[in-house]
Design a protein around this ligand. Structure first.
Ligand code: SAH
Length: 198
């Protein structure tokens, strides 16, 4: 299954877009020690990436926002340019396929990227995430805990996620998300997976 994401962006089929930063992700970022906020953060499949502005406003200084769709990156760049933030020094915008990106990160944030991919790619997603993380690095964010008719989004459940991530990640947290954006209340889990072997 191949999805033309740029075509979706251009025809405004962006039903996943919350119109604002995702509360579970910003709450997670807010509890990270101030001294650690220089660490390398990646958000793949970032879409409009509202979280970027929150991260910049809260002292994060090494952020990479990545999406395969040029329109997504252009929208985010435009929004960043409308702020007073000195974002060019702290944030990179990368338009590429997640599976081809190279780099090392300390924290990767997940929101509605995993569920956008063909479920057959899930093992590759897990391996790629592990490859991109530094020793002790973490993948954190939200995953759906429900099924959908068709997809994307493609759903899943915690048993599947435990099984999938186990070869490469130690599970730190996987629980019903208490601070979801309203339309997703009760239908997603918040997770923190730490790269194994570190
Ligand atoms: N995280 C954003 C966007 C979710 S929609 C949000 O929550 O609003 C999924 C996004 O992933 C789309 O913007 C799509 O263009 C992007 N995407 C899909 N496959 C990708 C891939 N292989 N590499 C990078 N981005 C991808």
């Amino acid at each position: 299954m191949m999805i033309d994401w740029e075509e979706r962006w251009q025809s405004h089929q962006t039903g996943w877009d919350l119109g604002a930063a995702s509360p579970p992700l910003t709450a997670y970022a807010d509890q990270i020690f101030l001294e650690k906020r220089h660490f390398r953060v990646l958000m793949p499949g970032c879409g409009n990436g509202y979280e970027a502005i929150h991260l910049l406003q809260n002292g994060f200084s090494d952020i990479t926002m990545l999406d395969i769709a040029p329109s997504a990156i252009a929208h985010l760049e435009q929004r960043l340019s409308q702020t007073e933030l000195n974002w060019q020094a702290k944030l990179k915008l990368v338009c590429t396929d997640f599976f081809h990106v190279e780099g090392v990160f300390d924290l990767i944030l997940e929101q509605t990227f995993f569920c956008a991919l063909d479920p057959e790619q899930r093992p590759d997603y897990v391996r790629k995430m592990s490859d991109l993380l530094a020793p002790g690095g973490k993948l954190a964010g939200v995953l759906f805990n429900r099924t959908f008719e068709g997809g994307p989004p493609f759903g899943g459940d915690t048993e599947e996620y435990r099984r999938l991530f186990d070869p490469y990640f130690e599970l730190k947290t996987l629980e019903t998300c208490y601070n979801s954006a309203a339309p997703r209340a009760g239908s997603e889990v918040f997770f923190i997976f730490e790269k194994k072997g570190s």
